[in-house]
Design a protein around this ligand. Structure first.
Ligand code: GDP
Length: 396
């Protein structure tokens, strides 16, 4: 069986098991390495070739698929990751790296439950790190931290092992100060980042290696070994012993919430309707049998299928032919034409899609970005998408 076909089957099996789903985004200041990290994760999942990772953008890499009429969507990818003998479906939503795209970061954060905050080890946190982190916390999106470009600390700045630990510790402390300053309640309730418990990993997206405390225990590799391999320039070996995608996706699966865990916390913040109504209860419990509630976070144009609305399905299920309503418009029926999800970077039609997933549908002719779409003719819409373009509070 081809790798692509295998992915499709695995994704289909996982998409109706919310416990096995992680909807995530990578957020970072520009140039800190988000594209390089994303490419590496995709290469690890077999979606692009390892040679391409870090060199070329996967998004333009698949002309063959386009020629066959399958849509490549640049902003969403799904991967299957195995952890402790179990498979997980990881839906990764792209967040633009430039501050001008603040609105897009906001939309992406509405669709996900967890964020990998990426910080350059040499530069440390930057204003945009602060902005995207604030946006994540506002949407009750849980952060983990990846400190990138650690190779530069060793090979360019020539720091010794001790100094390296001190520098990494400083980055973690700074991010923790930001989290505490932005949302003390969540910080005190388990969102404080801690390398010892595994919510922080560090490495080099360019050279395809990473390390975390849980991965050191799992693989037997020590901090000293990592340091020495890197110092000697043995990047390939390090990438084999401690591959970036394993370390980062293990961290995602272990510490970022699945939709069932996340929705009870998030719904009260992003939706101000009656939590005891059928749709309120349905969204809080991520119930596939409740009324369907979808928040549209992106609209793209597909040359074959027309307008494709992407969004987070918080409750219910969707299938072709369903009658839906777009809140805030004349109550006209919008009939779903295609219902799909992203498998790798391609959009594939599925017979039915369940609560907790990222949906890609056609037929919602009245929807715009930010629309609340429901099987109910009327429901309270989601809170409008607002974004910060400037950090509001600066923590020293
Ligand atoms: P983005 O703007 O956050 O998407 O950043 P990119 O992924 O485009 O990376 C910006 C630059 O940093 C590129 O020149 C990358 O090759 C480089 N880069 C990314 N990750 C690493 C790393 O781990 N080590 C080093 N030395 N350079 C890196």
């Amino acid at each position: 069986m081809s790798r692509g076909k295998k992915t499709v089957e695995r994704v289909m099996q996982l998409m109706n098991q919310p416990e096995c789903i992680r909807n995530i985004g990578i957020v970072a200041h520009i140039d800190h390495g988000k594209t390089t990290l994303s490419d590496n994760l995709l290469a690890g999942a077999g979606i692009i070739s390892e040679d391409l990772a870090g060199k070329a953008c996967w998004m333009d890499s698949d002309e063959e698929e386009q020629a066959r009429g399958i849509t490549i969507d640049a902003s969403n990818v799904s991967m299957v990751h195995e952890y402790n003998g179990k498979e997980y479906l990881i839906n990764m939503i792209d967040t633009p790296g430039h501050v001008d795209f603040g609105g897009d970061v906001t939309r992406a954060m509405r669709a996900v439950d967890g964020a990998v905050v990426l910080v350059d080890a040499v530069e440390g946190t930057m204003p945009q790190t602060e902005t995207v982190l604030r946006q994540a916390l506002k949407e009750r999106v849980k952060p983990v931290l990846f400190i990138n470009k650690v190779d530069r600390l060793i090979n360019e700045l020539q720091v010794d092992e001790m100094e390296m630990q001190i520098r990494l510790g400083k980055v973690i402390d700074k991010v923790n100060k930001l989290i505490k300053g932005m949302n003390e309640e969540m910080y005190n309730n388990g969102w404080k980042l801690d390398a010892a418990n595994g919510t922080v990993a560090f490495g080099s997206a360019l050279y395809n290696w990473a390390i975390s405390v849980p991965y050191m225990k799992k693989s037997g590799i020590s901090f000293k070994e990592v340091y020495e391999h890197c110092k000697k320039g043995e990047m390939k070996e390090l990438g084999k012993k401690s591959p970036l995608c394993e370390v980062v996706l293990d961290m995602v699966v272990s510490f970022l919430p699945n939709p069932k865990e996340a929705q009870p916390r998030r719904i009260g913040v992003i939706w101000h309707g009656d939590v005891n109504s059928p749709e309120g209860k349905g969204m809080i419990t991520c119930d596939p049998n409740a009324p369907s509630c979808l928040m549209v976070t992106d609209i793209s144009f597909d040359p074959h299928a027309g307008e494709v609305a992407t969004g987070r399905l918080f409750s219910g299920k969707l299938s072709r032919g369903n009658e839906m309503y777009v809140m805030g418009t004349a109550k006209k029926v919008n009939r779903l034409q295609q219902v799909g999800i992203f498998m790798g970077p391609t959009r594939v039609e599925v017979p039915e899609l369940y609560a907790g997933n990222i949906a890609a549908v056609t037929g919602l002719k009245d929807a715009i970005v930010g629309s609340t779409v429901s099987s109910l003719m009327e429901m309270t819409p989601f809170e409008s998408l607002e974004h910060y373009s400037e950090p509001v509070v600066t923590v020293a």
